[in-house]
Write a new protein. Structure first.
Length: 258
């Protein structure tokens, strides 16, 4: 395991807080989950028992609607409790499940705050039964690129330097290799792009907070930023038809346990 990039305690606290505010972003979460679960229609395999990793109360009902029994887990106990069925609070880096427990694992937008992603993928593979399927999505490189650039340029202009404020994201080219490294077979990684438009630019920051997606970087600047920073950055964001535009690039991963 390499150096820690993310403060896992902060990740848990952000997710715990978001359990009360997910309603404002549930449409985006549901859209991402539907795009991921559409991959089930490409296989004739009959899945009976699934593990939902970090589905935030969205994925588990979709799986049950397909007739699949679901156990959910989340780093946050409050988010785990939203799933409406069997659920445990568990760290994705230290899964508490026995080997070969499930024939399907779905991790929708839940692995991008993991420090040891190769190790987490190995654990997911071991948790699958032979021939089981992993479906995962995570933000790919280019996600929130507009916000990252606007914040950097605004902070440089105001202070002469910039602090890391947007999480690093995986390069799509590396995703299939990570799956192979973890022992999966027939790995496929592709990208889907969601364009988010906001009538008020500040709503973007509110939605990130509501989803539990504010910065948990270990090297984040913990000082209160200048009051001028965020207004200046948001004013520089690109617009489409008068609305602030932000991009969510989803790396969609499909792989099988051997």
């Amino acid at each position: 395991m390499g150096p820690e990039v993310f403060d896992r305690r902060a990740v848990r606290l952000h997710r715990e807080r978001s359990a009360r505010t997910l309603g404002s972003v549930v449409d985006v979460l549901r859209d991402a989950a539907e795009r991921l679960l559409d991959r089930l229609d490409d296989t004739t395999r009959d899945f009976r028992q699934a593990l939902d990793v970090g589905g935030r109360g969205v994925v588990a009902p979709m799986l049950r609607a397909r007739g699949i029994d679901v156990v959910s887990c989340d780093l946050s106990p409050a988010l785990a409790a939203l799933n409406g069925g069997p659920a445990v609070a568990a760290d994705e880096e230290f899964l508490p499940f026995a080997s070969a427990s499930f024939d399907l694992i779905v991790a929708s937008l839940s692995l991008h705050w993991v420090n040891d992603l190769p190790g987490a993928l190995i654990q997911l593979r071991l948790t699958l039964r032979p021939g089981g399927l992993l479906l995962a999505s995570l933000p790919a490189l280019g996600t929130l690129a507009e916000l990252r650039q606007a914040l950097t340029e605004a902070e440089v202009a105001l202070t002469g330097g910039a602090s890391p404020r947007v999480s690093p994201f995986a390069d799509l080219r590396d995703c299939a290799a990570l799956l192979q490294r973890a022992g999966f077979v027939l790995p496929v990684a592709d990208v889907q792009e969601l364009r988010l438009l906001y009538a008020e630019s500040l709503t973007l920051l509110r939605d990130l907070r509501s989803a539990g997606e504010t910065s948990a970087l270990c090297e984040r600047d913990r000082r209160t930023p200048s009051r001028a920073l965020f207004p200046a950055a948001l004013a520089a964001m690109p617009e489409v038809e008068g609305r602030t535009s932000a991009t969510l690039r989803l790396a969609v991963l499909t792989a099988w346990a051997p």
